[in-house]
Design a protein around this ligand. Sequence first.
Ligand code: 4GS
Length: 224
Amino acid sequence: MRFDVITLFPEMFSAIKDEGVIARGIKKSLLSIHTWQLRDFSDNKHRNIDDKPYGGGAGMVMQVKPIRDCIRKIKQDTPGTMVIYLSPQGEKLTHDLAKELSELDSIALLCGRYEGVDERVIEHDVDKEVSIGDYVISGGELAAMVLIDSVSRQIPGVLGNAQSLNDSFANSLLDYPHYTRPEIIDDQQVPEVLLSGHQANIDAWREDQSLKNTQKKRQDLIKK
Ligand code: 4GS
């Protein structure tokens, strides 16, 4: 899968490109992440890409032309790519949406700064708006990285083992609790069943814990 990212801060993406699961996916050629500096598409010597809002008010708005030119270039290289704008107004990012997006060949992610982009970009150039949650962050970059990470993990081969099958949400329940050595620390014991070596009992216990965990912490997931 190919990700193209339109941003004023391409360096931020080294946070996911350079280490961890995504870096391994890139190494295995299962993934690629290409960043585009939006200022390279500015039409003035100051490299401005924003201007004051019509109607007045605080902050600046990202202009249509640089974004439109950048998207045109991305689509020349990668026809049929889905253009996603990260915004609080988008569809909420969930396990199911990440899974769905992981089936695409390419995604272009538009990262907003300031008050966001000129509405005509959303009308004409964006295929889908996605939100990482009901709160405001300072720029779309962190949201884009969350999307890239959660989508990439769903691509077969990106995770080293079958781990994703057991993760929270994979079966629409939360995860079961995990323990490692030592068996006892400060009077806290590892549950006996996990030391029993009886795999069927362990599996049953974990399933039960998943359900109890979900009931206790996320009732809303059970109703669905
Ligand atoms: C989100 C969000 C977000 C909105 C970016 C104001 C800067 C900011 N993006 N999910 N302008 N929540 N974006 O808060 O995706």
